[in-house]
Design a protein around this ligand. Structure first.
Ligand SMILES: [Zn+2]
Length: 455
């Protein structure tokens, strides 16, 4: 079969997509509880949609639709369905800013596609057959892909992986879970060439290796996803890795989505986030209000359509971010696929503090620009706990990188005030602070504690 990442032109890719999407539509019209209902209400019949070109006729699906009834997004196969298509292989969870995580079902058929897309992600990121991975993702309460992805990607690429299992040891199984110093030791003895994990944890691990005098000379790539990673933090990490003996370490950022069970990746810094499996996913950018398509290169709400899934299936699903999309062939690697150029911005999730609407991303960017900050968590709460009439307070817990100088708190408060117009209370803590240590992979920079307090 043709390599669908590097086809000759968009006509060829559209033909490949339409074959899969047409079969998906047959199944959606027959077995998809949510869309069967939605398409009937929108007065759309199967013959009205012939291929991806007709996607624009379909309404946009939102987080809210999905969270209200995740089971309604799973194909309800008849008993006679093929085993491969209908057997549940795993259930991962999509992490939300508020509300419980939503289950995302993959069948045996889907899992093979997930391996193929993870293989393409590694290929785009420049992984070699001589590489080996250090998986620095912790175990989480809900399985959501990160830990499993690093294991599965290594399997799909036939290269070694070492899982460092960071996190507190499990009381029931004390041999599982390693403190930071043990993770540093594992990193050294694995001789891994690729570090893969949450950026703040990788920074912490690399800083500790430096303190302990442990060298990591084999590292040549760092894979990060799940959090914004500002340019200053990137170059800081590269400098640190060089001091640990790494020759030319590179950082590869991905735009991950549980709804893909993978992520869009850069082939080189600044080349944009590539859709790694154009035969499985179609991306669009639309006006956030009117949902009309925006021209390529203009900012729009990013929509994902599954072209070839058998478990959870989503059509024109808004991932919740606004970004610029291009369909031009990548000038660097030659891939013909959608790419997100620039940094996606999260929509919604705005928090009102003292009557002012705050974008958590702006707060996050302001703090990410300060390399003396290893990690942070911002909370908004009431000045008087339990008193809903008292003033809002923005409190930011900071885990400094090394010993903080005495002006750090003042400097950070000033930065935040300039960025969002509210002066925060800065509280210095350590990376072991439960609020920072237990939040896991899905990071929400600003947590609202006002609603959770009892009167
Ligand atoms: Zn490329």
């Amino acid at each position: 079969m043709a390599d669908t990442l590097f086809l000759d032109d968009w006509d060829a890719l559209t033909r490949e997509r339409d074959t899969r999407f047409s079969a998906t539509l047959d199944r959606v019209f027959a077995y998809h509880p949510f869309y069967k209902d939605l398409l009937t209400r929108a007065r759309l019949r199967r013959r009205d949609i012939s291929g991806v070109a007709d996607l624009v006729k379909l309404p946009v699906t939102t987080h809210k639709d999905y969270l209200a009834n995740p089971a309604g997004f799973v194909l309800a196969w008849p008993e006679a369905a093929s085993a491969e298509e209908s057997i549940v292989w795993d259930v991962m969870h999509t992490m939300q800013a508020s509300g419980p995580p939503a289950p995302f079902v993959s069948t045996t058929y889907d899992f093979l596609n997930i391996l193929a897309l993870n293989r393409n992600m590694l290929r785009l990121r420049g992984t070699l057959q001589s590489d080996s991975i250090l998986n620095l993702f912790p175990l989480t309460r809900h399985p959501h892909g990160a830990f499993a992805r690093a294991m599965n990607a290594a399997a799909a690429y036939n290269i070694p992986v070492t899982a460092a299992m960071p996190g507190a040891s499990n009381a029931r199984q004390p041999d599982i879970g390693n403190p930071l110093d043990e993770v540093v030791a594992i990193a050294a003895r694995s001789c891994a060439t690729i570090l893969w994990g949450v950026p703040s944890y990788i920074r912490k691990m690399v800083a500790r290796a430096e303190e302990l005098g442990v060298m990591l000379p084999h590292v040549r790539l760092v894979f990060v996803s799940g959090e914004g990673f500002a340019a200053a933090a990137r170059s800081d990490l590269i400098d640190r890795l060089k001091r640990l003996g790494a020759k030319e370490p590179k950082i590869s950022v991905s735009y991950g989505a549980s709804e893909m069970q993978g992520g869009m990746v850069e082939c080189a810094p600044g080349t944009g986030f590539h859709n790694p499996a154009p035969d499985q996913f179609c991306f669009e950018a639309v006006d956030p209000d009117t949902h009309k398509p925006v021209p390529d290169g203009e900012e729009g709400l990013i929509l994902l359509t599954h072209l070839d899934r058998r478990g959870t299936v989503m059509l024109r699903y808004a991932l919740g971010d606004v970004a610029r999309l291009t369909r031009e062939r990548c000038p660097h690697c030659g891939a013909l696929t959608e790419r997100i150029i620039g940094t996606p911005r999260r929509t919604g999730g705005f928090v009102k503090i003292r009557g002012r609407l705050i974008d958590p991303q702006v707060l996050s960017d302001a703090l990410a620009g300060e390399t003396a900050v290893a990690d942070f968590q911002a909370v908004v709460e009431k000045e008087e706990e339990g008193d809903v009439l008292s003033r809002d307070r923005l409190r930011i817990k900071i885990a400094p990188d090394g010993k903080p100088d005495e002006t750090l708190s003042r400097r950070l408060a000033e930065r935040v005030k300039t960025a969002i117009g509210i002066r925060p209370v800065i509280e210095l803590t350590t990376a072991e602070d439960p609020m920072l240590a237990v939040r896991g992979w899905a990071m929400w920079p600003l947590v609202d504690l006002r609603k959770k307090k009892r009167r």
